[in-house]
Every structure is written in structure tokens, then in C-alpha cells.
Design a protein around this ligand. Structure first.
Ligand code: PGA
Ligand code: ZN
Length: 430
């Protein structure tokens, strides 16, 4: 049973406070911490911050920590950690609000994850196995990683409006090989950027991708194409993009030069222009997935673009991991993949439900990190246990990103022959 819960404030990879919790049972101590993102939408669970400008510029989380140490702790002590759904619902009931604003989704999720780890230990099974058990998934699958190699948008100080250019090593035979392919491409890219622009352009963005001062997506794709060429992996590596178009949407237009200073003229694109651009780029480069191609409220153009059948279309800001928005996307055939950010929902149980909802509708699921991460690697076990087929956890570089990828290496090693790498079946793995 749960005997004690103790939370504290720690710092995430950006140096911004977040919540960590130690949950104790007779089997030991189980620790979890939660990430947070740069984009927070109206429909996602509340990341509770103190708002005291004198402390961490308003970002301290002492209220969330106190909620765990007092209210949540009082409600959960004595409960069986294997009963994930009961634990999560006890917290949801205690909070009483739709978006977990009373206790804070950051407080609730940290405890939910720690309890999940404790539940696995109670059953003496690996975490991914426990997650598979409670969700009813039977095909443990190592996901295809989406490595962010070039960063832009809100995640970097360069002129690139688009947030991420990623690679998917779908032609690897195992996750281990996928990680090697990612690492090699990353280092070749570093050399390509250095040769072309100089070593001072090799700085990285928040999730570890290089952030050279390019201003167009095409320039980034050319750099990447050159790097992939040097690896010799060729078409075993595909490309994915997170446009995060809401960041540079102005009314009904898109300003791809939003971050370029001292422009002589404005060069806005209409949604139709954007569709033409995507079509062109997808025919010229091996792009297999585009996330948030339009503004988060522009369902019509996402749907239109998806109907062209050019590539996987992922809803992140569009869906916000919110079951109601996912339902709408299913009904209206808006896109065919969900970006799963567990902290936008707030409990492990609800994350499992979102994956079930997406899979029942034949949608792909990309388990995702946030730009502000910790060394917690829970999402790795989650992606294997729920067989999501895809995981996005940043560059194959920086400790908080590698925490996820290295954990996947360990899981693959432990599973041995039973480990299936999603590979070519990355879109819907079971
Ligand atoms: P965020 O970005 O964590 O800053 O929201 C991640 C993403 O857009 O995929
Ligand atoms: Zn995104």
C-alpha cells in the first residue's frame, strides 16, 4: 500500500520550476517528475504556477507541491498502487474541476506516474509491462523515434518560423539501430552546418535540435538531405515536420518570416499557399508526417490537406490531447494521428483512454515529450506498453532527451526476442 507521499519543487531542462514526487510503498520509493511546454492551450489540463513575480518570474510551483503533500497525500495513503484507475479517479474527484485547476495537473500527474511505477514494483513486473496490463495492450512495441534535428519556432532563437524538422529511422531493424542512425545523422548534420555557415551556427534549441540561422524550411530540408546522404542510410530515413503553425498565424494568413528582423516587405502566405508549399516539399523531400500544418482552430484546412493523402497529419495544438477535440477530428476526418502529451490530460488513466480512442478510430499516436523536460523517462515505458508506434522526445542529444531514448534501449535489451520495433508499421502499430 501507499505509505507516504512527499513532493518538492525541482527545475526542468529550461531551468523553470516543476513538480517532483517521491511515493513510498512497502516495496520502496518511487519517483516521478512532470514536464511542461511552451504552448499551453485553453483545452489542456492546468499547469498550476504560483504567479508570484518575485519568485522564478512567477513560475514557482509551491502551491502544486503543497497540494500533493497535504490533500492528495491524505486521500491516497493506504491505497493499493496497482489500482491505477482508482488512484487517478480519487485525485480527479478531489480536484472537482474539469481541467484539474484546483490541485494542478502538474501535481496530479506527478503522483499518477509515481503510483504507476509503484504499481509495477508491487507486481514485480517492468513498468512497460504493468502499463500494457492495465490498458489491455498485448503487443509490446518499440516505437519509431522522431528525432528533432533542426529547431525553430518558439524553441530556438533563429529566424526559422517552423518549430521542428525531424527524422524517422523507419528502415532500422531495431530501436538500437534507429538510435544509432539518429545519432550519426545528427553528427553529420553538425558537420554540414559547420562547413556551410561556421561553427557558431551549431548552437541548439530547447529540445536539442540544431538552430542555424536559416529562415526557410527548404534551407533546413536541404541541410538535412545532405546529412542523410552522408550517412548512406538514404531512404531508410524519412522526414517529419512540426510546423506549429499557430505560432505564426496572423488572422487567416501565415507569416513564415515572423522571426526575420528588418524585413523590407511583408510576405504573408494564405492557407492555400501553405498547401501548395507542403505539396511541393513533400514531392521533393521524403516527408512522411506533418504536425499542425495550420492554425489550431483552422479545422477546415487541416482536413483539406489531410484529404489529399500526401502524408500522416498529426494534431498537436489542434487536438491538445483532449478527448472532445479528438472525437471531433475522428468524426470530421480532420487528421490521422494524435500527439499524446500526457501532461495535457493529467493522469495515466486518461492517457490510456486517449490512446484507446485514437486506436479504435485507426489514428496513429505519437507519444510526446515537452520542451521543458526532466530526467524522468516514464513516456518511454508508456510508448512501449501502449504500443503507440511513434515517440517524439527531441534530439539524440542532451540528457533529458536521452533519458527517454536510453530507456528504450534498455527496454529493448530486456525484451530480447520479444521486442518488436514498429519500423515500417510506425503509423498504427496494433
Ligand atoms: P511544447 O512543444 O512542449 O513547447 O508544447 C512540443 C510540440 O509542439 O510538439
Ligand atoms: Zn507540436
Amino acid at each position: 500500500v501507499i505509505t507516504k507521499i512527499k513532493a518538492r519543487q525541482i527545475l526542468d531542462s529550461r531551468g523553470i520550476p516543476t513538480v517532483e514526487v517521491d511515493l513510498f510503498t512497502n516495496k520502496g520509493m518511487f519517483r516521478a517528475s512532470v514536464p511542461s511546454g511552451d504552448t499551453t492551450g485553453m483545452y489542456e489540463a492546468v499547469d498550476l504556477r504560483d504567479g508570484d513575480k518575485g519568485k522564478f518570474l512567477g513560475n514557482s510551483v509551491t502551491r502544486a507541491v503543497k497540494n500533493i503533500n497535504e490533500k492528495i497525500s491524505e486521500a491516497l495513503i493506504g491505497m493499493d498502487p496497482t489500482l491505477q484507475s482508482q488512484i487517478d479517479h480519487a485525485m480527479i474527484d478531489l480536484d472537482k474541476t474539469e481541467k484539474k485547476g484546483e490541485l494542478g495537473a502538474n501535481a496530479i500527474l506527478a503522483v499518477s506516474i509515481a503510483a504507476c511505477k509503484a504499481g509495477a514494483a508491487e507486481k514485480e513486473v517492468p513498468l512497460y509491462k504493468h502499463i500494457a496490463d492495465i490498458s489491455g495492450e498485448t503487443n509490446l512495441t518499440l516505437p519509431v523515434p522522431a528525432f528533432t534535428l533542426i529547431s525553430g519556432g518558439k524553441h530556438a532563437g533563429n529566424h526559422l518560423a517552423i518549430q521542428e524538422i525531424m527524422i524517422l529511422p523507419i528502415g532500422a531493424s531495431r530501436f538500437e539501430e534507429a538510435l544509432q542512425m539518429g545519432s550519426e545523422t545528427y553528427h553529420h548534420l553538425k558537420a554540414v552546418i559547420t562547413e556551410k555557415y561556421g561553427a557558431h551556427e551549431c548552437n541548439v534549441g530547447e529540445d536539442g535540435g540544431f538552430a542555424p540561422n536559416i529562415s526557410s524550411l527548404k534551407e533546413g530540408l536541404d541541410l538535412l538531405k545532405e546529412a542523410i546522404g552522408r550517412t548512406g542510410y538514404n531512404d531508410r530515413i524519412k522526414i517529419a515536420i512540426d510546423v506549429a503553425a499557430s505560432d505564426f498565424c496572423i488572422g487567416t494568413k501565415y507569416d513564415l518570416e515572423k522571426k526575420v528582423p528588418n524585413k523590407s516587405e511583408q510576405n504573408f502566405k494564405s492557407a492555400e499557399d501553405m498547401i501548395e508549399m507542403y505539396k511541393e516539399l513533400c514531392s521533393e523531400y521524403p516527408i512522411v508526417s506533418i504536425e499542425d500544418p495550420f492554425d489550431k482552430e483552422d479545422w477546415e484546412h487541416v482536413k483539406h490537406f489531410y484529404s489529399l493523402g500526401i502524408c500522416q497529419v498529426v494534431g498537436d495544438d489542434l487536438l491538445m490531447s483532449n478527448p472532445k477535440r479528438i472525437q471531433r477530428a475522428i468524426q470530421e476526418s480532420t487528421c490521422n494521428a494524435v500527439l499524446l502529451k500526457v501532461n495535457q490530460i493529467g493522469t495515466v488513466t486518461e492517457a490510456i483512454e486517449v490512446v484507446r480512442q485514437a486506436k479504435e478510430a485507426n489514428m496513429g499516436v505519437v507519444t510526446s515529450h515537452r520542451c521543458g523536460e526532466t530526467e524522468d523517462s516514464f513516456i518511454s515505458d508508456l510508448s512501449v506498453g501502449l504500443a503507440t508506434g511513434q515517440i517524439k522526445a527531441g534530439a539524440p542529444c542532451r540528457g533529458e532527451r536521452l533519458a527517454k531514448y536510453n530507456q528504450l534501449l534498455r527496454i529493448e535489451e530486456e525484451l530480447g526476442d520479444q521486442a518488436a520495433y514498429a519500423g515500417q508499421d510506425w503509423k498504427v502499430s496494433s
